[in-house]
Design a protein around this ligand. Sequence first.
Ligand code: GLA
Length: 732
Amino acid sequence: MDIIWHSKSKQFHLYNDKISYIMGVTPLGDLGSIYFGSLIHDKEDMSYVVNRFMLSNVVVDPDTESYSMELNRQEYPCFGTTDFGTQAYEVEISNGSRVSSFVYRDHKIFKGKSALKGLPATYADEDEAMTLEVCLDDEVARMSLTLSYTIFDKYPVIARHAVFTNNGPSEAKLTKALSACIDLPDQDYEWMQFSGAWARERIPEIKKLTSGSVSIESKRGISSANQNPFVIVKRPGTDDFIGEAIGMSFVYSGNFVAQAECDTFGRLRLLMGINPDRFCWPLKQGESFETPEVVIAHTDEGLNNLSQTYHDLYNNNLIRGKWKNTPRPILINNWEATFMDFDEKSILKIAEKARDAGVELFVLDDGWFGARNDDTAGLGDWVENPDKLPQGMAGLSRKVNALGMKFGFWIEPEMVNPDSNLYRRHPEWALATPGRKSSLGRHQLVLDFSREEVVDYIYGMLKKVIENAEISYIKWDMNRSLTEVYNANLPAIEQGTIYHRYIMGVYSLYEKLRKDFPEILFESCSSGGNRYDAGMLYYAPQAWCSDNTDAIDRIRIQYGTSFGYPISSIGAHVSAVPNQQTGRSVSISTRADVAYFGTFGYELDLNKISNEEFEEVKKQISFMKEHRELIQFGTFYRLRSPFEKDEASWIVVSKDKKKAIVGFYSMKSKVNQIPGFVKLAGLKEDYKYVIRDEEYYGDELMNMGLTLGKYYINSFIARQEYVSFVEVLEAK
Ligand code: GLA
């Protein structure tokens, strides 16, 4: 890994063993892109890529008389001169002009990576990464711009963000400030996005790029289940095992946009950042705005390889603290077992049975506080309900701890029910626009986390509950989109800052609680997977993947999630049947076979299952305890897509390739068919792997495949639906 500065040609080359990222100062003095892809040799000067010729209808710079931005690739394109593509940023200065021209001033290259202020971001030691900061000035606007690029030693990854500073006496307005742009020299790519809605999150969709733009976005104040802030562009033909692809992952949890734009001269522009819609950030003299980070990864070995890069990078250089690379506790959550209808006695009954099965952590979900007996009341009143918890959280947590289990609980700190003491005391703390109705979601309003006093108040209440009890885990939920966004304390010119200030408020509360209670494992949640993004992983190492706990639907949801996020982060539980969302009944072994590929736990009352099932649960828990480190932190490969056939499969392989665990799932009954094989991946060709006393060579399993016949035969006899198996492979 190194970053080379060629002072004569004014070009930078960032490279490691796998990738090269080359750019340079253009004839206009701004930054132009030269190359991003697999590693290539360094050269002193690559200015030959610059196009300097006149084409009809093209406007050129008056000094050079031959250089047009439109015919060249930019690093961070501006608005208003010779580039007519989508701009990465826009500044309005005091005279109303929005034309910009930031010109190279100097740069800094250093080992490691600096932190972003109040924002989540990847981090790195001095031997893990190098950073380049390029400083540019716009003399007319009296502003400076710093573009930051970090290259990681071990990963084919560049992390980018930008900082704007107003140096002049007049106030300027930043109306768009994306985090990164990549201009590529051809357009032969497909776009892959991860879309859905509540209970059907992160479903992959692929479309061929053609002239014009494709974009996804969120304007909900959360990253959302509708569109995930992670996209891939790939060559046609690239699949999980072969081919080139580029990923862009936004380390941010609020409004975003991701866009691919094919222009008429063959240039493909990729953009990602805070959604400019509803964004406007005024900058007074001396003030700066720092964008969040985008993590850009490259592969020429297929999408599994791209995903593995994100998994390893996020496990090692994004997730922090005690739970970084630590196998996650097997938990039981009472939500689907009791909903809000519980008391200490009924909770302890569930906890005792779970302890007998080997569960390590009990999670008390919604309904323990205020007047919270259904979802119409209580949010905002973070004080225990004495009817349900006579000795408070302190009493219950001690009793659960005495059983030999850890204890954790559910919160939804960003919300308030109009029927709550908090709202009666502080109605002005909810987001609302003067003169307009406030829309309700799940009978609740959103607290204005852009206001420090609101965040501080909630922090104080939560801190008290946590301090008084024995708490190891917190599930932080967020159950509605933001509407009627307005902050009565801010002047009109600052109303465009609130969505961003809101998420900064969320991050600041997370950071305060993490600092006070560094041992606590946080799991983020937003009606399931409405805020499953890299930003959240910086604070909460795992995320409740979806409220849809149906094993068959979960195969698709977890499969889609695996493209951008590590298995260690995927909250996955075995729940009761018939499933509360789909009504489907699936055997307890198939439900566990799916939930193993995540954090694993239970979301049901183990008192209510049969003795045989309970014995099976005990075995499932000891299986997961033995193998969770490999499953959560090994090298994960998708083998068969649930979106192509009625079967799905994946495997995780240990870093030394001596051990692997394969999961296989049939999503429909099979009658009168030959089952065939599933080809495994990631093994060592000449190792001999043992699966249930039978030996197979690695190349045999990868090229011929693992026969499915013996797994299907029993189901044919029993006429069983939804066959699945999870097998452990161990090299002799
Ligand atoms: C959301 C979460 C669920 C559960 C409920 C409680 O829907 O996603 O897991 O915690 O809230 O109200």
